[in-house]
Design a protein around this ligand. Structure first.
Ligand code: TRP
Length: 327
């Protein structure tokens, strides 16, 4: 049976938090274990160069991200798990794609506009062509399915367009990739619950998967709930969502009922959420700590992944060179 091919990528930016987990990683692991797909999971370090991270931090972040993904269940025996820059064909194909992509299409990308507003001192060309590199990531492996959050939907649509532009000019070669938008619960910041949980808001806004129970408790103590016991306050909804995702259904339902009849006690809710999240990631924290004892072992795993990825990537680039006439 020919398996469908899945590709997804994640930037090596800091420790994973529960928003990343529910938004991407949990889903990756489920797709991997489903058995119907050949999965490629890539740490996209070239993409991270478009941001402001310091060079001295990058390598460490890559190793840490790898350890966390492995601890969360990415299995290098089942999936091709590697670092983008270890497979130079990613940038090579991106260059070819740059030459079939109209500037006007890139100007429409909302993530580019958002990032240019946030990174006013560093609006580099890489930020602009970021989605072209993303298309190369996906199409190098002829991936059909791209599990991503809604914020990446436009990039996957562009990937489809790029495949079409290439095929029109050089012959039918690349498949059409489709985004797999999973029902992703949107986890909000603990301190500003109208904003999406994101590391860039600050450490107190996020719960990291690696946070010990005591840290989680401390962060939740400060979490915003409802100022005047208002129903459907975003902070309270967010805590209920976390309880639903990580706690027991019975307890979750009790709190939903309590919110309805206004008998809810936010202190109790916070305790339940702390325990639920803390317990859910106990195994994760142990595996992560074990993995991080030996960076060489992680490097070996990534090297093996890159070797497998390279075989496919090289063959795609041979075809591409022939098709565009630069063999
Ligand atoms: N842009 C993605 C993000 O920020 C990361 C990414 C890079 C990606 N290449 C990819 C996701 C290819 C899916 C497929 O989340």
């Amino acid at each position: 049976m020919v398996k469908k091919i899945i590709f997804s990528g994640i930037q090596p930016t800091g420790n994973l938090h529960i928003g990343n987990y529910l938004g991407a990683v949990k889903n990756w692991v489920e797709l991997q274990n489903n058995g119907e797909y050949q999965c490629y999971f890539c740490i996209v370090d070239y993409h991270s160069l478009t941001g402001d991270m310091k060079a001295g931090e990058r390598h460490d972040q890559i190793i840490r991200t790898a350890a966390e993904l492995l601890a969360a269940g990415v299995d290098p025996e089942k999936s091709v798990f590697y670092v983008q820059s270890h497979v130079p064909e990613h940038t090579e194909l991106a260059w070819v794609f740059n030459t079939v992509t109209p500037i006007s299409e890139l100007e429409r990308m909302t993530q580019f506009k958002d990032k240019s507003e946030r990174q006013t001192k560093n609006i580099n060309a890489g930020l602009f062509t970021y989605p072209v590199l993303q298309a190369a990531d996906i199409l190098l492996y002829h991936a059909n399915i791209v599990p991503v959050g809604v914020d990446q939907f436009q990039h996957v649509e562009l990937t489809r367009d790029i495949a079409r532009w290439f095929n029109k000019r050089y012959g039918d070669y690349f498949p059409e990739a489709k985004a797999l938008l999973t029902e992703i619960p949107k986890v909000m910041s603990l301190l500003e619950p109208t904003k999406k949980m994101s590391k860039s808001l600050g450490a107190g806004h996020v719960i990291e998967l690696a946070d010990e129970l005591t840290v989680i408790e401390k962060k939740l103590k400060k979490a915003v709930t409802a100022s005047e016991g208002g129903a459907k306050a975003p902070g309270v909804e967010n805590l209920l969502l976390l309880l639903k995702q990580f706690g027991e259904e019975k307890v979750y339902k009790q709190f939903v009922q309590a919110e309805k009849d206004c008998s809810i006690r936010y202190g109790d809710l916070k305790n339940e959420v702390s325990n639920a999240v803390g317990n859910y990631f106990v195994g994760f924290r142990t595996r992560r700590a074990e993995l991080l004892i030996d960076h060489n072992q992680i490097a070996d795993i990534l090297a093996r992944g890159a070797k497998r990825a390279c075989e496919v990537a090289r063959s795609t680039m041979e075809d591409v060179r022939r098709l565009v006439g630069i063999r």
